[in-house]
Design a protein around this ligand. Structure first.
Ligand code: MRU
Length: 366
């Protein structure tokens, strides 16, 4: 995607040919800053502290983290330690485990002296694959937005389609294109008139800070709303469809995503609004069936709930406390939406029902 006319991905190799550059997402939307990763420890920190975030980008960063590790010390023990270190950074997005397993499979049979070059090549391939998957998700998902436009009675493009999304599942959450936002970008490019309701997504405000920033740069009409508005909008016919991303989808089609997704799915179900979830196949965890009981839900620092960071009128970035001193806070970062509430899964291979059969129809040999 382009920022001020210049194309960017969210992660790339620096000009020195070995260090890794990322967009520091903790600084957005007020400051576009690039951070440089030179060690596996810096890659682990970038994931844990959410300089990079979003399931596919977490996986891509872990892959480059293994390349940095292979450059630092390519022996079996050191690589195993590096992989464990990266794996412990964030528990919910399965793309992290998937990427690390892929990197370790690629490196296992090689002589240590060959590992660094192979790791960089594999990380680059994984990133290119992510971009291709997400673009394909966009093509399939745009069809659903086109249908919503046609359903309103006119030809495609005649009426504004209102799409609600939660968190940031845009290009910033992936290497490029995004998952939930990819269909929106494709439909927008096609000329379909649309408008996006952007849930602010407390506590870290990925919607207000990142999704809004992306849509703004792309010229896509949108409105930021607080997290509890969606149900009201749906009751009043102001949402045609919801599209969110996911951090882990079970083999049976349950989807785990940013906290609050489940409540949106309940509201959508109650109001007959289609609720789609967009995902590249590395986000599917084929080893589990029951999302509510089997997916580990990350709990993060309470300060993300008790404090808010923003820009003051004179341009300073400040953090303020919003809870009374002494009040305990809880910070569950994700929840699980059962498959029965999901209208369909938008994958790189097409749209399928959120069920074991649906996923198997597209991925017979995962
Ligand atoms: O905590 P985050 O910002 O990493 O959570 C991100 C999400 O929940 C996204 O919706 C999900 O990773 C899908 S991203 C394409």
């Amino acid at each position: 995607m382009k920022i001020d006319g210049r194309p960017y991905r969210t992660i790339w190799l620096a000009d020195d040919g070995w260090s890794v550059e990322i967009i520091d997402q903790t600084r957005l939307p007020h400051d576009f800053a690039i951070a440089r990763l030179t060690t596996v420890e810096e890659a682990a920190h970038a994931i844990r502290a959410m300089l990079v975030r979003g399931a596919p980008l977490i996986g891509a960063t872990a892959a480059y983290g293994m390349a940095l590790a292979a450059r630092e010390a390519p022996d079996d023990q050191s690589l195993s330690r590096a992989s464990d270190r990266l794996l412990e950074t964030r528990p919910t997005a399965v793309n992290l485990r998937w990427a690390l397993e892929r990197m370790r499979r690629c490196l296992a049979e090689l002589a240590p002296s060959d590992r660094a070059a192979a790791a960089y090549a594999e990380a680059a391939a994984l990133c290119d694959e992510d971009v291709a998957f997400n673009e394909a998700i966009g093509t399939h998902g745009a069809g659903l937005i086109r249908q919503a436009s046609e359903k309103a009675g006119g030809r495609a493009g005649d009426r504004v389609v209102n799409v609600l999304t939660h968190c940031n599942a845009g290009w910033l959450a992936t290497v490029d294109w995004g998952t939930a936002l990819s269909p929106i970008y494709k439909a927008f490019e096609e000329g379909i008139r649309l408008h996006v309701w952007v849930d602010e997504t407390r506590p870290r405000n990925q919607g207000a800070s990142l999704t809004a920033w992306e849509l703004n740069h792309h010229g896509v009409p949108h409105t930021v709303i607080v997290d509890n508005v969606g149900g009201h909008l749906m009751q009043h016919g102001m949402v045609d469809l919801c599209i969110t991303g996911t951090d882990r989808t079970t083999a049976s089609g349950d989807v785990c995503n940013k906290i609050g997704t489940y409540l949106k799915a309940l509201a959508a179900h109650d109001n007959g609004v289609p609720f789609y979830v967009a995902l590249p196949s590395p986000t599917i965890d084929w080893t589990i069936d029951d999302g509510v009981r089997q997916i580990p839900i990350e709990q993060r620092e309470g300060s993300e709930v008790s404090a808010l960071t923003g820009r003051t009128a004179d341009g300073r970035i400040e953090t303020v406390t919003v809870t009374p001193e002494g009040s305990p806070v809880a910070n569950y970062a994700f929840d699980v939406t059962p498959a029965r509430l999901v209208t369909g899964l938008i994958t790189e291979r097409g749209v399928c029902p959120a069920s074991r059969e649906g996923l198997r129809s597209l991925f017979p040999d995962p």
